[in-house]
Ligand binder design. Structure first.
Ligand code: HEM
Length: 532
């Protein structure tokens, strides 16, 4: 996968390459051990605590041994889960090899299990590849509900509490969004690269005081962070992480995933540590503490997490916050180009509150309810993480007359939850007005309960200021063909987005221009003043 904004000299074997080289080893390993895995999981399942003999929730029939694996891998998961939820209801059971998996497809069901009963549902599945092998169980989104999780979660939540977001993130978000919109005016074809750079820079500046100035100037350590993120996303894409469902592979010497994971882990460990060590060295040299890393190091007495947990904890900011925000921004441009009346309403609102002579700021937020509602509707309409991050049950349970085994993977089917006609009128329509009229309508793109995204406020604030500034300064429209007709943009959830854990739109044509020469000039002057 090519990086969007930095040159990446490191060559890292992708899992794909790896898999193709070791295809025969993998196939024979799978064939040899699948039977063992089946019997291990069966016996575990039979001895599970189900005294009433309750049935498992309904679901599509699977095959012996592999369960429903063949129906999932290599497919676009969003339409499949939507189809299953229509056929089997709000709680579905499938099996991936020996692993029981529950799919939750309604807001009340997901809230009951993942929020009200959070004590039983705040674990994470055993991500053997992404968590254990590649990240030594240190990376927060994948850590089980254990003591380390509590220490790291406390650290991360503290650094993203509302006051900290206002103080640390807002000034950086403001400058980066101005640069983003200004760059897009000057070079509209590269709009996606500018988004990726701005989002990455917001995180790297706030967390480590390492702004990303331009692609070629990026420091090696920053390139490594980008690279680590790309490799991880690739490794956890559906179909490449088979080892997660064949846990016995860990005892197989030279199992194909091991060398790859080791190289990844070495780079991750040294990169996250170096970023923290540098912050420490800067503090000791008397430089001002401008980053979250430096401020954290200034308060050692408050930290329950040890040094290693601290640097991995801060590493999770980029990993969890870069693609999610960057892709949400791409979907924003898609939504605006395909819903011109929404952009017009956002423009009218920002014009009436801000006017042409200054740029919108966070102080305007309370006066821009339609723009805020548009951000919420964006996250509802095309949720960037259509299956969030799966939870795991840490105890067996009973719900709606069904048995829920301990250790089950729990997948929130966010798309179906957001398209539930019982909750949202005309759910297929992109209509921000619904959140203006009824602010208590739900939205679950940031997950649930004890594992809810700690970066929610950061992300909402990024997209809010981005939309307000885009509405203030830009026209975003469909491109025209040579006959002057609109080139249509496909927004279909199945067709228009690449399969995977992040709902990334395939490239689409869009026309981006400044609303007026005066506004473009004011923006350019502001960027010049703000420097970097
Ligand atoms: C549009 C942007 C974002 C979306 C849609 C998003 C979504 C999510 C979701 C669905 C989860 C899992 C929740 C669950 O398990 O129930 C999560 C976890 C997490 N997110 Fe975000 N996120 C976004 C941005 C961010 C940002 C900007 C940061 C940090 C700067 C961040 C940091 C994290 C971390 C550290 C976790 C792990 C929490 C845990 O495992 O307990 N996220 N996010």
């Amino acid at each position: 996968m090519a990086s969007t904004f930095t040159d990446l000299p490191l060559h890292y074997p992708s899992l794909n390459e790896f898999v193709s080289v070791f295809r025969y080893h993998i196939l024979s390993a799978i064939a040899g051990f699948i039977v063992i895995n089946h019997f291990i999981s069966k016996s575990r399942y039979r001895s599970a605590h189900n005294p009433k003999g309750l049935p498992l929730p309904p679901g599509p029939p699977g095959l012996p041994l592999i369960g429903n694996v063949h129906q999932l891998f290599g497919k676009s998961i969003v339409p499949l889960l939507e189809q299953w939820s229509k056929e089997y209801g709000p709680i579905i059971h499938i099996r991936l090899f020996g692993l029981p998996v529950l799919i939750l497809s309604s807001s009340p069901v997901a809230k009951e299990l993942l929020e009200t009963r959070h004590q039983k549902y705040s674990g994470r599945p055993n991500f053997l590849l992404a968590s254990e092998a590649m990240q030594d169980k240190m990376m927060m989104p994948f850590i089980h509900a254990n003591e380390r999780f509590k220490r790291v979660r406390k650290l991360v939540v503290t650094e993203m509490r509302p006051a900290a977001v206002t103080e640390y993130f807002h000034p950086v978000q403001k400058v980066e969004i101005h640069r983003l919109v200004n760059s897009v005016i000057n070079d509209p074809k590269e709009w996606k690269s500018y988004i990726a750079r701005a989002i990455a820079s917001i995180i790297m500046t706030t967390v480590y005081d390492r702004p990303i100035k331009s692609g070629t100037e990026a420091e090696q350590v920053v390139k490594n962070v980008v690279r680590l993120n790309e490799q991880l996303v690739e490794a956890i894409e559906a179909g490449k992480n088979t080892v997660d469902f064949l846990p016995w592979l860990r005892w197989v010497p030279f199992a194909p995933y091991k060398a790859y994971s080791k190289a990844y882990l070495n780079l991750a460990e040294s990169t996250y540590k170096q970023l923290m060590d540098d912050a420490k060295a800067n503090l000791e040299a008397g430089k001002p503490a401008r980053s979250i890393a430096a401020r954290l190091l200034q308060r050692p007495e408050e930290q329950e997490a040890d040094y290693r947990e601290q640097y991995w904890g801060l590493g999770s900011f980029y990993l969890a916050g870069s693609d999610t925000q960057s892709v949400s921004s791409q979907i924003l441009f898609m939504a605006l180009a395909t819903h011109p009346h929404v952009l017009k309403k956002c423009q009218a609102e920002v014009d009436s509150v801000v006017g042409p002579d200054r740029l919108p700021t966070y102080d305007d937020e309370a006066d821009l309810p339609y723009i805020k509602a548009t951000v919420r509707e964006l996250f509802r309409w095309r949720p960037v993480g259509p299956t969030a991050i799966p939870h795991a049950s840490t105890e067996s349970d009973e719900y709606m007359g069904y048995y829920i085994p301990k250790g089950a993977m729990i997948i929130p089917n966010i798309t179906s939850i957001h398209m539930d006609a019982k909750v949202f009128d005309d759910p297929e329509t992109f209509d921000p007005q619904r959140y203006v009229d009824n602010p208590s309508l739900p939205g679950h793109v940031f997950g649930f309960g004890r594992r809810v995204c700690p970066g929610q406020r950061v992300a909402e604030e990024t997209i809010f200021l981005e939309l307000a500034t885009v509405a203030w300064g830009l026209n975003v429209q469909k491109q025209k063909d040579s006959d002057g007709k609109d080139i249509e943009i496909d927004t279909d959830r199945g067709r228009a987005f690449a399969p995977g854990g992040v709902m990334k739109p395939y490239p689409f044509p869009v026309s981006i221009t400044a609303r007026s020469a005066e506004r473009a000039k004011l923006l350019a002057a502001t960027v010049e003043d703000e420097g970097l």
